[in-house]
Design a protein around this ligand. Sequence first.
Ligand code: GLA
Length: 525
Amino acid sequence: MDRLAKRGLGLGARTATLAVILGMAMSCAAQSGAAGQQADTHAAPGLSGNWVVVSGSSDAPIRSYFNLKQEGAKITGTIRVTQFYYKIVESTGNADGFTVKGTMQDGNSPRTVTYEGKLVGDELHLTTRRRPTDQPTEVIAHRAAAGEGAYPERVALPALHKVKDNGLVRTPPMGWNSWNKFRGKVDDASVRGMADAMVSSGMKDAGYVYINIDDTWEGERDEKGNIQSNKKFPDMKALADYVHSKGLKLGIYSSPGPNTCAGYEGSYGHEEQDARTYAAWGIDYLKYDWCGARNLYTDEEMQAVYQKMGDALLATGRPIVYSLCQYGRNEVWKWGADVGGNLWRTTGDIGDRWESMSRIGFSQDEHAPYAGPGHWNDPDMLEIGNGGMTDTEYKTHMSLWSILAAPLIAGNDLRSMTPSIHDILTNREVIAVNQDPEGKQGRRLSKSGDQEIWVRQLTKGAQAVALFNRADDEAKITIRWSDLGFKKAPGHVRDLWAHSDLKAQDTEYSTKVPGHGVVMLKVSE
Ligand code: GLA
């Protein structure tokens, strides 16, 4: 729900409507009681056929399909809306006014969607509600050719094998991604602007390298099946050349399904061809998002699905970081590296809110054993600077992701950062913890109420220690040196946000930590 609602915000108004409709897929079970109550047998022909809704912007259209068959009082068929493909299982009414309910299986959970509609001339007017109490949102469908948008057949999967390590990202990747701030509004100009700002702001010097285009760049395939970018990205190769000219690298996004999450063309059935296209464009990083694959494969089959693209990327001969995005399903941390993955999402989508960021960040402890050079747990991209949290909370975000050896993929508008956001994102002492060459993910040492101490083992026997206060109000937190394995006070204690050395007291260090805040130390003999 959160994910889809959030997605809608950044897309154009028409796409937002579609996103609201999609969101309903997660919540409409509660309203399904409205369906099936009255069967109107009045014969009004005209619903049968294939119907298309075009949403998104004219530069980047998205198509959804309603393939309906009306027989007397019964309407059957399918609904294909962005990443979801439903079979109609219940209906009432006719062309003068009808309701259809569709269902699908998504991993281990069923999803449902309900539309009400009527034929108006030769347009199909459809409404849906995200929640029963919401105002209905409307889309208009037009007739489409039979077979257009038909859902592809399931392709058999390869046997599992271990994909060779590509040798990339020995420390967690650092860069920027378009989704958190721009959603569907990312285009060539904003990506170039971000590359410029990455350099001029000093972020590049601080270690940020990848400029990653997320969903909504995709156009249609040409007659040979080659994926093309949509009008927002007139020339992907030229864009890659530009980003490379700044000493940066370019990332792109796709899905193993026929559609991406926002409803654009995915790589399904074109995995090797797409990998070759990315390599020819000069792409250096691929985020590969489960999305439409959920209609064809079970969660247990994900490994083979992801292995396909892992093989395809390797076969191009170009170094391309492989980022798995399937929201942490099917214990991806256990097999992500085997399919050639350099990082894998461990959770659903982050939101620019304390509740979301802290819930995700503080739930990563158990994944620690699976991280290491070249293969990282990814609790999702940074929200620092997007405006929904305080600077104190953003410092906690940066500290926690660094303790977790998580990818540092900024998600804000780098062209207009405040000085304080700039300082949070470029704190080199905290980044040095994130980029520690041993690549050991930190763990929770202790928890007492809302106060948590996390520790990350660093190279040369040093330790990063973060004293987190998850409470709303200031609290005192104490770290005992013996808990870090010291027999006496450590020789060096550095406060990584104050940028100052501390005098270690004999047995412990005690400090006040603001609500939702952190004190982060580096401690060594
Ligand atoms: C999913 C991913 C997000 C983003 C969107 C794009 O929700 O988890 O990070 O890529 O899709 O549609």
